[in-house]
Structures are given as structure tokens and as C-alpha cells.
Design a protein around this ligand. Structure first.
Ligand SMILES: [Zn+2]
Length: 247
């Protein structure tokens, strides 16, 4: 069973850390455009769901989600609000350092946004160097395999799931009321030759911010993708806890 830090008292959190492996889980999301049919919090909602399930399965303390991330390349779409990479790193490092005083003995970050990958890896490196609390960041292990199995539409670009079948399915599974099926559109932009190599803004070649086709999205697919991601993440965290268990 998990404890949600935001909904409980300090004594409840302290007791839970003391009685368990002392794992704290932080969902790290983004406020980022996901086309005209999905909410700006898509990545935050997804990370929160994965983190909450993991916290339940691993008796962890679930921290409130970070609702902003590094999403500079979506700056051309209003509503998107981005942090700099250094800020993302600093937030994660500060939270990790602070958790030590709470009695936490392991720190896992569930990352929901592509732009957070490099800065969160840097944060985990800093924390592990300091040796006060073992830290790990999860970039949805298991999701790519599930997507390869379940996806019916053609991806707009290899490895890119953005506001198309995959992300629409996930939000249909988590919070269907936030999805606007009447606004679905299929979009296969012409990518610049150096896409993926050079940091670039997306709006010059994608008017809607959709990359692919949401038409075949379904809640059932979203549930299956989430389940596979949660299972694989749980295994990674089990190994992480075992490797860092103090005798
Ligand atoms: Zn997303």
C-alpha cells in the first residue's frame, strides 16, 4: 500500500518510510501541447498514473507530481510552458536531498516527458555521487515493446509518440473526459533532414502539433500500454531496491 505525501500528515509519512524500504516516487511531467484534442497535462497525467501504481505495488510514498518540464521545442504552441534543463535538474536534486531528512532511503523519478530525459539523468548522477540517497529515473521501460505490439497506425517518425494513437489511447484510459474525439486529425509532417540531430522548434513544420493519427486510439489500448509499462518499471525498481538495500 502506498502513502500519498500530499494527502497525509508528516507522522504518517515518517511511519511509512520507517516501516518499509523507504522508497519515495516522484512523477515528473510537463505542460506541453498535445494537439487540439489532448490536454496540456498529458505527460503529467501519464507519469502520475504510472507512479501511483508503482507506489501501491512497492509500498512507496508518492510525491505530488511536477506539472512542468523541459519542452522548449513546443514553444510555438500557446499554453506550453517550459523549464530550462538546469531548472529540471535543480528541482530533482533539491527534492532528492530534501527527502533524506524525511527518512526516505531510495528515490525514484517517473519521467513523462522526452525533454526531461537528459536533465533528470544529470540529477540522478549528482544524487548518486553524493551517496546520501540512491536515485533512479525511469523513462517508461516496457512502453516501446507494448507500442510495437499494439499500434495500428503508422508512426510519423520512428520512436516518436506524440498526440497520436499512443498518447490518445493513454489519456482515454486515464481521463476520457479530457479527450476531444471530434477534433481528431491525422498529421504526417515533412520532417527537416536534421530532425533528431539538431534541437529545433516543431511548429514550423507541424501546424496542429499532432504527429501521427489518433483515429485508432482506444482506452483498451491505453490500459494495455500502461500495464506493460508499469510491470516493466516495477521490475526495474525491485532490482534497484535490492541493489541498494542496507543490511
Ligand atoms: Zn506527451
Amino acid at each position: 500500500m502506498s502513502v500519498r505525501a500530499a494527502d497525509n500528515s508528516w507522522t504518517d509519512v515518517a511511519a511509512h518510510f520507517a516501516a518499509t524500504a523507504g522508497l519515495a516516487i516522484l512523477p515528473f511531467g510537463a505542460l506541453e501541447q498535445h494537439g487540439p484534442h489532448l490536454p496540456l497535462a498529458t505527460d503529467t497525467l501519464t507519469a502520475e498514473r504510472v507512479a501511483a501504481e508503482l507506489a501501491d505495488r512497492l509500498d512507496a510514498v508518492l510525491l505530488p507530481a511536477i506539472a512542468y518540464g523541459e519542452t522548449w521545442n513546443n514553444a510555438g504552441y500557446p499554453g506550453t510552458v517550459s523549464l530550462s534543463p538546469a531548472t529540471v535538474t535543480a528541482i530533482a536534486v533539491d527534492i532528492g536531498r530534501s527527502l533524506v531528512h524525511s527518512g526516505a532511503r531510495a528515490f525514484a523519478i517517473v519521467n513523462g516527458d522526452w525533454g526531461n530525459r537528459a536533465p533528470l539523468t544529470e540529477a540522478v548522477r549528482i544524487l548518486n555521487d553524493e551517496r546520501d540517497i540512491p536515485a533512479i529515473v525511469l523513462d517508461y521501460p516496457g512502453m516501446d515493446d507494448a507500442v510495437a505490439r499494439l499500434r495500428e497506425s503508422r508512426p510519423a517518425f520512428a520512436g516518436l509518440n506524440h498526440a497520436e494513437e499512443v498518447e490518445t489511447s493513454i489519456i482515454l484510459a486515464i481521463s476520457p473526459g479530457l479527450v476531444h474525439p471530434d477534433r481528431y486529425e491525422s498529421a504526417y509532417p515533412d520532417f527537416p533532414d536534421d530532425f533528431g540531430v539538431r534541437p529545433m522548434q516543431l511548429h514550423p513544420f507541424s501546424a496542429s502539433g499532432v504527429f501521427g493519427d489518433p483515429a485508432t486510439a482506444s482506452a483498451a489500448k491505453g490500459d494495455a500500454i500502461l500495464a506493460a509499462t508499469i510491470d516493466a518499471s516495477q521490475q526495474v525498481l525491485r532490482d534497484f531496491l535490492a541493489a541498494n538495500a542496507t543490511a
